[in-house]
Design a protein around this ligand. Structure first.
Ligand code: ZN
Length: 124
C-alpha cells in the first residue's frame, strides 16, 4: 500500500479514535452520575444499578474499539497495515474503507467467525 493511501486510512482511524474517546468520556460521566446517590428508595436503587451496568458495558465496548484502532495505527507504523493477519493476503481496500480496523480479509474473517461460533462481530 502506498504512503498516500496509508495516510488516508490513518486519518480515518484517528477520526474514529476521536469519536470513540468522546463516547467513552460521556459514558464514564454517565456512570459516575448514576453512582452519585441522591436516591434512597430500593426500587430506584436497583434500577440505577441496571443503568450503571449498561453504561459500564458500553464503556467496555468502546474500549475494545479504541484498542482495535490503536492496533491498526500500530500496523500502519510497522508497515503491516492492510495485510490479513491470518493468511497474509492484502485486504480489499473497499473493506478497509468500511472497516479501517479490519485485521483479516473477508474470507478469513468469515472462517474465523464460523470457528468461534459467534456472529458478535458481524457488524464490522
Ligand atoms: Zn486472510
Amino acid at each position: 500500500m502506498d504512503s498516500q493511501k496509508l495516510e488516508h486510512f490513518r486519518h480515518l482511524l484517528i477520526q474514529q479514535l476521536h469519536q470513540h474517546t468522546e463516547f467513552i468520556r460521556e459514558d464514564q460521566a454517565a456512570a459516575l452520575e448514576l453512582s452519585d446517590d441522591g436516591v434512597k428508595d430500593t426500587v430506584d436503587l436497583s434500577l440505577m444499578d441496571v443503568n450503571k451496568e449498561i453504561a459500564l458495558r458500553l464503556g467496555e465496548r468502546s474500549s475494545q474499539m479504541v484498542a482495535d484502532i490503536d492496533q491498526a495505527l500500530l500496523r500502519i507504523k510497522e508497515g503491516s497495515y492492510g495485510q490479513c493477519a491470518h493468511c497474509g493476503e492484502l485486504i480489499e481496500e473497499r473493506r478497509l474503507e468500511a472497516v479501517p480496523t479490519a485485521r483479516y480479509d473477508a474470507v478469513c474473517q468469515a472462517a474465523l467467525e464460523r470457528a468461534n461460533g459467534t456472529d458478535e462481530n458481524s457488524t464490522l
